[in-house]
Design a protein around this ligand. Structure first.
Ligand code: NAD
Length: 449
């Protein structure tokens, strides 16, 4: 099948590459010329495990192309995926200017004789498929042929939200838990069933529904997950104050099948490009119909505070004076196995540490270039994990990269001025840290002194 993917960021590049992998002919389009040039030259633009191999293979086989021309990309495509940004607008609602801008352009490009399916893969508020359809029809009506004279029957607008997780995006795309497709069109259903068939061979469902339900499903899923994490972060607060251990509580709770073991790990808040903006957008959508989504308002509030959960503890250790203190920081990405730093808790911690007059020496396996681009030389970046510790007073851990899980503790002790670790991801065993003689602060567990 001939496919166009509009927007070649995290979702667009993974979507395009994975559809090429199952034999489709894919053209990815992006307005960022530098990105398109780089991709066309065979250089991957994001770090995502397993992606580069598929990207190179499919490019070599001539199934995966990149362009800045929307016209070239959609000319022969039967299916057009929109993987465009939906950032928060002024009031927190999703800004649809990228989606509707492209829809407007598509109205002028679609030929009435060719049936095309336009698919919202971006996370968009309920009603967006209708807006995309209306925008295409309006812009087509204004255009001279090919767009002029377009009728509703010449195209379908479908909602197909994406559930991939950064860090395991290729696996999630190739073997999704489910595929959600919102459409009333039988013709579109049949085509998408064929397109997705190779991805659901193990029996995971393709769930068909109406467009609005599909749009809301994505927000509901992300908001629920953000709530689950936040709930555990509040339980962790209680544990610290009551002398309980959140690891025990987590295990005790999670073995109830109704609750489940996953997503119960407390930490220093959720970040990333999705949860923060999606929770906010759902709250705003609810506000617009005069519904006060109380739980999600509380989730946002708690999460803001949670990102700085370690700060008062770090300050207390230094008697409230961080001036000139050298802080080693492991982890910048908002989670492991990605170089994405959008809304990463580490950035909030750095900002506060710098405000307090501390110096930060950071290491991250993949995300340092992205942080350098926004923080410049306000902090030091160490090319190697242990270099960040040289002469540092304490170590702070903000991301649970695997390589931080079983570090060389003797080396840590020999490099740090003090045997002190503030761990926002609960990586280490308390008894072990006690035996090693560390001062060790984690989340929802007793402080080891
Ligand atoms: P991104 O910012 O990584 O990529 C978006 C791309 O679109 C950029 O490369 C940008 O240059 C390009 N673009 C902007 N305007 C364009 C235009 N007019 N024509 C062509 N390209 C244009 O965003 P992302 O993380 O891939 O997210 C895209 C959407 O998918 C968002 O709605 C997001 O909420 C949703 N989503 C993201 C994830 C994730 O993990 N990142 C997961 C599921 C869903």
């Amino acid at each position: 099948m001939k496919i166009a993917v509009v927007g070649t960021g995290y979702v667009g590049l993974v979507t395009g590459t994975c559809f090429a992998e199952t034999g489709n002919h894919v053209i990815c389009v992006d307005i960022d010329k530098a990105k398109v040039d780089k991709l066309s030259a065979g250089q991957i633009t994001i770090y995502e495990p397993g992606l580069e191999k598929l990207f190179l293979r499919n490019q070599k086989e001539g199934r995966l192309h990149f362009t800045t021309s929307l016209e070239d990309a959609v000319k022969d495509a039967k299916v057009i995926f929109l993987a465009l940004p939906t950032p928060p607008g002024e009031n927190g609602s999703a800004d649809l200017k990228y989606i509707l801008g492209v829809a407007n352009h598509l109205g002028k490009l679609i030929n009435p004789g060719d049936y095309k399916i336009i698919i919202d893969k971006s996370t968009v508020p309920v009603g967006t498929a209708d807006k995309v359809r209306d925008t295409i029809l309006k812009s087509a009506a204004e255009a001279s042929p090919p767009g002029g004279g377009l009728e509703g029957a010449s195209f379908a607008v479908v909602s197909n939200p994406e559930f991939l997780r950064e860090g395991v995006a290729v696996d999630d795309f190739m073997k999704p838990d489910r595929v959600v497709i919102g459409t009333g069109s039988e013709k579109a259903k049949k085509i998408l069933l064929d397109l997705y068939a190779p991805f659901v061979r193990q029996g995971n469902p393709i769930i068909f529904m109406d467009e609005k339900s599909a749009e809301l499903t994505k927000y509901a899923a992300n908001s629920f997950l953000a709530t689950k994490i936040t709930f555990m972060n509040e339980i962790a607060q209680l544990c610290e104050r009551m002398g309980a251990d959140v690891d025990m509580v987590r295990k005790g709770m999670g073995s109830d099948e109704r609750i489940g073991k996953r997503f119960l790990f407390p930490g220093i808040g959720y970040g990333g490009s999705c949860f923060p903006k999606d929770v906010q957008a759902l709250v705003q959508s609810a506000n617009e119909i005069d519904y006060d989504f109380k739980i999600l308002n509380a989730v946002m509030d708690v999460n803001e505070k949670q990102k700085l959960h370690l700060l008062p503890k770090i300050k207390a250790y230094f008697n409230n004076n961080l001036k000139g203190k050298k802080i080693a920081l492991w982890g910048l990405a908002f989670k492991p196995n990605t170089d994405d730093i959008r809304e990463a808790p580490a950035l909030y911690i750095i900002e506060e540490l710098l405000k307090e007059g501390a110096e930060v020496n950071a290491y991250d396996p993949e995300a340092m270039n992205n942080v350098k681009a926004i923080l410049g030389d306000t902090i030091i970046f160490s090319e190697r994990q242990y270099d960040a510790l040289t002469d540092a007073d304490v170590l702070v851990i903000a991301t649970e990269w695997s390589e931080f899980r079983t570090p060389d503790f003797e080396k840590i002790i020999s490099l740090l001025k003090n045997k002190v670790i503030f761990d926002g991801r609960n990586l280490f065993d308390l008894k072990f840290m006690e035996d090693m003689g560390f001062y060790y602060v984690s989340v929802g567990r007793r402080t080891v002194k």
